[in-house]
Design a protein around this ligand. Structure first.
Ligand code: DGL
Length: 262
C-alpha cells in the first residue's frame, strides 16, 4: 500500500513534508510535472488532461490514494479526477478553506494563488459551502511569488517589495490569508513579518490530516510500527534542478529522482 502525491512541479513538496510528519510509515510516490510547469497560467482542459495522465502513472504504481498537492490542479481538475477514477483522491483547497473558516475572527478571508486558481473561484465556493457564517472572500493572483521562491529569494528587500506590491491594500480587507499555492508557504515568514496581525493559513497540514482520516476510514493505513519512510520521486524534466531546490521545500536531501515521459 502506498500513496501518490503530485504537483505541477516542485511546490507540492511543501505538502509532502506535512504528509510525512503525519503519516511516517507510508510509502509515497511523488510526481512533479516539471516539464509542463507552470499550470497556473494554463486552461482547465489542459490542466485536467495533464492531471489525468499523472493519476494514470501513479495508478500503475498501485497507490491506494492520491493527493493533488497543487492548488491549481485541485481548483481546475479535482472534480473531473474524482469522477474518472475510483480510488480516493483529495486536493488542498477543502483543507485550506476549513482552517480559514475555523480561525478567522472578522469573517474576512483573503486567498492568494496563481491566476488559474484565483479565476476559478474554487476557494470561495468551498468556503461558502462549508460555512454557515457570513464570510467575505477576496482573492488575488500573485504571479511573481513562484519565480521568487524558485530563485531562493525568500527574504530581504526584493521579496518584501513584491509582497507589499501585491498585498498592501489587499491585507487591509482581511484578517486571514490562505496561501493558495504550494510555493507560498516558503514566503510565510516574510509575509508574517510585514503583516504581524495577519492569520496566515497554509493548507498543507490540514490536507495531511484529511488524508490520514480517509485512509483510516477505508482501512488503508499501514499499521506496523516499522518505519518505511521511502519516497520515490518522478519528474518530467530537470532532475538536477529538482534535487537542488527540492531541499528548500522539503528540508531534507532528495537522493534519487527518476525521469519519466508521459
Ligand atoms: N503548484 C502550483 C499551485 O499550487 C503553482 C505552480 C504552477 O503554476 O504550476 O498552484
Amino acid at each position: 500500500m502506498s500513496i501518490g502525491v503530485f504537483d505541477s512541479g516542485i511546490g507540492g513538496l511543501t505538502v509532502l513534508k506535512e504528509i510525512r510528519k503525519v503519516l511516517p510509515n507510508e510509502k509515497i510516490f511523488y510526481f512533479g510535472d516539471t516539464a509542463r510547469v507552470p499550470y497556473g497560467e494554463k486552461t482547465k482542459e489542459l490542466i485536467t488532461r495533464y492531471s489525468k495522465e499523472i493519476v494514470e502513472f501513479l495508478l500503475d504504481k498501485e497507490v491506494s490514494a492520491i493527493v493533488v498537492a497543487c492548488n491549481t490542479a485541485t481548483a481546475l481538475a479535482l472534480e473531473e479526477l474524482k469522477k474518472t477514477f475510483k480510488i480516493p483522491i483529495i486536493g488542498v483547497i477543502k483543507a485550506g478553506a476549513k482552517t480559514a473558516i475555523n480561525t478567522t475572527k472578522s469573517g474576512n478571508i483573503g486567498v492568494i494563488g496563481t491566476k488559474a486558481t484565483v479565476n476559478s473561484k474554487r476557494y470561495e465556493e468551498e468556503i461558502k459551502k462549508l460555512s454557515k457564517k457570513n464570510i467575505k472572500v477576496v482573492e488575488k493572483a500573485c504571479p511573481l511569488f513562484v519565480p521568487a521562491v524558485e530563485e531562493g529569494i525568500l527574504d530581504g528587500k526584493l521579496v518584501d517589495q513584491i509582497i507589499k506590491t501585491y498585498l498592501d491594500d489587499f491585507e487591509k480587507e482581511i484578517d486571514t490569508l490562505i496561501l493558495g499555492c504550494t510555493h507560498y508557504p516558503l514566503l510565510k515568514s516574510a509575509i508574517g513579518k510585514i503583516y504581524t496581525n495577519l492569520n496566515i493559513v497554509d493548507p498543507a497540514r490540514e490536507t495531511a490530516l484529511d488524508l490520514k482520516e480517509i485512509l483510516e476510514e477505508k482501512n488503508l493505513l499501514k499499521n506496523d510500527a516499522t518505519k518505511n519512510r521511502e519516497v520515490k520521486y518522478y519528474v518530467t524534466d530537470g532532475k538536477d534542478k529538482f534535487k537542488e531546490i527540492g531541499i528548500m521545500f522539503l528540508d531534507e536531501n532528495i537522493e534519487k529522482v527518476e525521469l519519466v515521459k508521459l
